[in-house]
Design a protein around this ligand. Structure first.
Ligand SMILES: Cc1ncc(COP(=O)(O)O)c(C=O)c1O
Length: 316
């Protein structure tokens, strides 16, 4: 059976872009951005890697469709709807809250995803053991993907990024790097990178939400399932005023990074991760000569809905 990865054309070399910014130049720390956001306009960022093993599993049981859940700006549902359309598999999205139209929801509809709005209380039940029962009855045989494409298959898909980063290093003229730096939500992507690194390089996860025991425990649990030591990584607080909250400094930072460094960032994950990196660099955490890879986990489709608010913050 052919792999979903090659069927969708995701075997192409990954792009590592050297980042040129004043705060990096002052510190002597070198950063290259792994531009997963450029992978594909619809299946962007870490989403593809989190989905690939789930899609392989769905195909191996000949599932007639895919079902998953997320919010009205969900990068995960967006990628899932795009993947389902390309693979010819129907998709179902269970959405948090009450019906609304966002740029993400408009795409989900245009790509044929069947949507169900669960309200807030209904969505909170997603971790109950009985949650999936009515949906399995309504969509028999559909493959259920956990929120955000998480779980061990999600992490193992991301582990596959590490050898591909190593193959792309030559394009930078680098023989090696010191650490990976990325945004973390559930920590699934970070866990995958720790699995893929197998202790070779440190992995820093900049938390988009306030630090909670749940993320730590989730990462430790994924590493235990993969039979990998729970070490070699660090989770740090990058949430600023809270998950999904924006402020003027963040909006200005996004603008400056794009103008000066040529890298667009999303306000929820990647911009906060890059701001946290600036703090570490400016505080001298990394000695001059350190080489870091910043994993751009995508999320730019979600920025569309935030653009007005970001502009207002900049205009004051
Ligand atoms: C753009 C973006 N970056 C980072 C993350 C965090 O990924 P994870 O939940 O695997 O930590 C997400 C959420 O999945 C995301 O949409």
């Amino acid at each position: 059976m052919s792999s979903v990865q090659s069927d969708l054309g995701f075997d192409a070399p990954l792009i590592l872009q050297p980042l040129s910014l004043d705060w990096l130049a002052r510190s002597g720390v070198e950063v290259a951005v792994l531009r997963l956001d450029l992978l594909d306009p619809e299946l962007s960022g870490n989403k593809w890697f989190k989905l690939v093993k789930h899609l392989d599993a769905a195909r191996s049981v000949a599932a007639p469709g895919l079902i998953s859940l997320g919010g009205p700006h969900s990068n995960h549902l967006h990628a899932l709807a795009a993947a389902g359309r390309r693979l010819g598999l129907p998709t179902v999205g269970l959405l948090r809250g009450h019906e609304q139209v966002t740029p993400t929801v408009a795409d989900l509809r245009a790509w044929g995803m069947q949507l169900h709005w669960l309200g807030y209380a209904g969505y909170r039940e997603r971790n109950l053991p009985t949650f999936w029962t009515p949906w399995r009855a309504r969509y028999p045989g559909f493959y259920c993907i956990p929120e955000g494409g998480g779980g061990l298959p999600g992490a193992l898909g991301c582990a596959g990024l590490v050898p591909r980063v190593e193959s792309a290093l030559a394009s930078l003229g680098w023989k090696d790097y010191d650490a990976l730096w990325l945004a973390a939500g559930t920590g699934t992507t970070l866990a995958g990178l720790v699995i893929g690194e197998a202790g070779r390089h440190r992995v820093f996860g900049a938390l988009a939400g306030p630090p909670s025991h749940a993320v730590d425990a989730g990462v430790a649990n994924l590493l235990a399932q993969a039979g990998v030591a729970s070490s070699g990584y660090e989770l740090l607080d990058a949430s600023r005023s809270g998950f999904g909250r924006f402020d003027r400094e963040l909006a200005q930072f996004i603008l400056d990074t794009e103008r000066q460094g040529g890298v667009p960032l999303d306000p929820i994950y990647t911009a906060k991760a890059m701001m946290a990196l600036r703090l570490y660099v400016e505080r001298g955490y990394f000695p001059a000569g350190t080489r870091l890879i910043f994993v751009h986990t995508g999320g730019l489709q979600g920025r569309r809905a935030a653009q007005g608010q970001l502009q207002k913050l900049i205009d004051g």
